[in-house]
Ligand binder design. Sequence first.
Ligand SMILES: C[S@@+](CC[C@H](N)C(=O)[O-])C[C@H]1O[C@@H](n2cnc3c(N)ncnc32)[C@H](O)[C@@H]1O
Length: 199
Amino acid sequence: MGTSLIYRNRFVYELAMRGLYGRHYGARYRAIAALVPDGASVVDVCCGPATLYSRYLRGRSIHYTGVDLNERFIAEVIEAGGHGAVWDLHSQAPLPDADYLVMQASLYHFLPEPRPLIDRMLAAAGKRVIIAEPIRNLASSEYRVLAAIGRRFTDAGDGAQAHRFTEASLDEFFLRYESRVIERSLIAGGREKLFVLSA
Ligand SMILES: C[S@@+](CC[C@H](N)C(=O)[O-])C[C@H]1O[C@@H](n2cnc3c(N)ncnc32)[C@H](O)[C@@H]1O
C-alpha cells in the first residue's frame, strides 16, 4: 500500500492530527518542548512535518535534526530551517548523536518489537530519550469504522500498522527500561503517555 493521504503533506497531516487530538493538539508538543533546555541538540525520530520544530523549538537556541521515512516531511523540515534526513528507522544504522532523542506518536510503527529502535536512541543520546505514545486512539477503537479511519490516517506506507499500545501494554514495554525511567506522565488530555529515560 502506498503512503496514505494523511502523510502526503503537512496541511492534511495537521488537519487529521487536530481531529484526533482536538483541543489537546498543541499540548502534546508543548509537553516535549518543555523538557528540552536551551542550547541542547535534538534528534526527532519519525519527525513528521516537524511541527515540534517549526512551532515549538525553532525560536530557541536548539540544534534540531528530524529523521523520517517521508521525504516530503523532511523537505519541510529543511525548508523551515532545521536539519533533516530521510531515514528508514527499521534499518539498523546508528542514529545521529544528540543530547535529546525524541519520538512522538510513532513507536507503534515498530511493533511487534520496538526495542532495537529504543536501544539505538539510547546509544545516540547524551542526556535523555523522550518517548510519547498514543494510548487511546481510533485505531484501537472497538468501533470498526472509526478504527479503519484511524489506521488509514497513520499508515506510513511501510506495511507496518494496525497494532497500537494501550496504557497497560506501554507500561509493560517500558518495564525493561525501568532503571532508566526518570519520568512518566499522561499528556495531551490523557491521549499520550510520556516516558523520559536517562541515556
Ligand atoms: C503519527 S506520525 C508522528 C509525527 C510526529 N512525531 C508528530 O508527533 O507529529 C508518524 C511518523 O512516523 C513516520 N514513520 C513511520 N514508519 C517509519 C519508518 N520505518 N522510518 C522512519 N519514519 C517512519 C511517518 O512517516 C510519520 O511521519
